[in-house]
Write a protein that binds this ligand. Structure first.
Ligand SMILES: Cc1cc2nc3c(=O)[nH]c(=O)nc-3n(C[C@H](O)[C@H](O)[C@H](O)COP(=O)(O)O)c2cc1C
Length: 251
């Protein structure tokens, strides 16, 4: 895995960051087994991220990845939100509960969260990965100065080029098959819905950056196929959900 050499990872495998599902225990187990473990802090605040990083560091001395969401805050629309609450109210009542008085955003946008940037610069995880977009140049510079290797998901060549121009070190080619969150930078832009094989090959040939294939890869044969297409590693999410260390059944 030449691009990730400085991490000294034995296996070309990244356990995907999965907000609400991947845990410090899962990331540590993967790290100890020779892959790169990841935690996702997109649904928590800076204090929560610090606690997860400390928990992970207490379990392993190996490198790991911390993943943040870099989306724009949602545009509020009081009428639409009230309509959703009305539509969901019968479902809540069917279980003897009342709907909340208002909707709230649980996912924080990293570009608007200076406390999270400070937490990552201070704790300096070996890898920081971005999802749904790219942070401003000063944040990228600060994380690089802290020694973090930077990854960004890309679902298209345009997103990959934007990541390269921003100074990202390696791309996570996230195909249409990818489970959970598929991190398109602009939800309103045209989407070619490229599959993992095509996207991995395209980004490998056209960007010059190391590419990590993600989406629908479930075992060693899939990882070998991704490497044959030019990827330096594969990122697997769904395959790890059944692990006892995942919080999928408790979240
Ligand atoms: C339950 C779940 C949650 C996810 N959450 C995140 C996340 O927080 N950040 C992120 O970058 N990717 C997230 N992903 C996407 C993964 O990084 C990865 O691209 C995807 O799991 C690959 O496809 P696969 O599930 O078929 O292996 C999530 C995936 C799943 C299945």
């Amino acid at each position: 895995m030449p691009a990730l050499d400085r991490l000294a990872i034995a296996l070309p495998l990244i356990q995907a960051p999965m907000a609400g599902t991947s845990t410090p225990a899962l990331a540590a187990a993967v790290a100890e087994a020779g892959g790169l473990g990841s935690i996702a802090v997109g649904a928590t605040d800076a204090a929560g991220a610090r606690a997860m990083i400390a928990d992970l560091r207490a379990r392993t001395a190996r490198p790991f990845n911390v993943n943040v969401f870099v989306h724009e805050p949602p545009r509020r629309d009081a009428g639409r939100e009230a309509a959703w609450l009305d539509a969901l109210a019968p479902r809540f009542r069917a279980f003897g509960a009342e709907p909340p008085p208002a909707l709230d955003e649980i996912y924080r946008g990293f570009a608007h969260d200076p406390a999270m940037l400070a937490a990552l610069v201070e704790t300096a995880p070996a890898v920081v990965s971005f999802h749904f977009g790219l942070p401003p140049a000063p944040a990228i510079a600060a994380l690089k100065a802290a020694g973090c290797l930077l990854l960004s998901t890309a679902t298209s060549l345009d997103e990959a080029e934007a990541a390269r121009r921003a100074g990202i070190d390696a791309l996570v080619a996230q195909g249409w098959e990818a489970g959970g969150h598929r991190g398109c930078f602009d939800p309103d832009a045209a989407d070619d819905r490229l599959g993992t094989l095509a996207l991995t090959r395209l980004l490998t040939l056209r960007t010059g950056l190391p590419v990590i294939a993600a989406g629908g890869i479930m075992d060693g044969a899939g990882i070998r196929a991704a490497l044959a297409l030019g990827a330096v590693a594969a990122q697997l999410g769904t395959a790890f959900i059944a692990c006892p260390e995942s919080s999928a059944d408790t979240a």
